[in-house]
Design a protein around this ligand. Sequence first.
Ligand SMILES: Nc1ncnc2c1ncn2[C@@H]1O[C@H](COP(=O)(O)OP(=O)(O)OP(=O)(O)O)[C@@H](O)[C@H]1O
Ligand SMILES: [Mg+2]
Length: 232
Amino acid sequence: MSKNRPVVEAIDVKKTYMLGKVPVEALRGVNLRVEAGDFVSILGPSGSGKSTMLNLIGALDKPTSGTLLIDGVDISKLNDNQLANLRLKIGFVFQFFNLIPRLNARDNVELAMSIANKGKSDRRKRAIELLETVGLKDRVNHKPAELSGGQQQRVAIARALANNPKFLLLDEPTGNVDSKTANEVISLIKKLNAEDNVSIIMVTHDQHLAREARRTVQMFDGEISQVVVNGQ
Ligand SMILES: Nc1ncnc2c1ncn2[C@@H]1O[C@H](COP(=O)(O)OP(=O)(O)OP(=O)(O)O)[C@@H](O)[C@H]1O
Ligand SMILES: [Mg+2]
């Protein structure tokens, strides 16, 4: 057992979708432990259960059976309201950046901050700090259309960090940018993990990208077929 606290712990997690009367077993008993400060990639072919796993880890859906603890909380015991609150502790980054087009970078980040947290001026200050962290200090007033793909994804990452999440959940974060820009995005993700100790879970079907993580969880047909520790 390792000393670090788990942010995600899955024990024999199964997920069966009902397609009319036909059951589709998307997850067939997954065991996974992700600790604070870890960087894990989830790799697997189409249909292997990656998005299903991501939805569960993101508290967007519940397992059919088994236990899934997110930040120590058993999600199957939560109601919709409690699940929504839990999601505030998770930073989501998607393939398509999902920024609000008419807002500049700073306002996109600021909008994500839970209002309860701080006053307006503190939120603004923090938004600018986060944009500085992702290397966009000189782009705070730019709207998404005035930014490159990689810059937009970095704004999305800054936004995902706005509420100090327990972990960042990334779904094909470089799926929509060219390879040079992808390198820039992955460098940032690695920096956040190494320097700021942000826990990272990244879903991808790109082997090269997956190897950038500390560990790669390989999925096949609804199961974890192997876990590879990547050499640095
Ligand atoms: N809502 C649903 N209803 C029925 N079956 C589903 C549903 N969502 C997913 N599935 C099935 O569950 C299995 C796992 O799907 P999932 O979306 O998790 O795969 P994936 O690994 O994310 O694939 P991809 O790389 O193509 O995104 C597939 O066989 C899929 O057809
Ligand atoms: Mg998928």
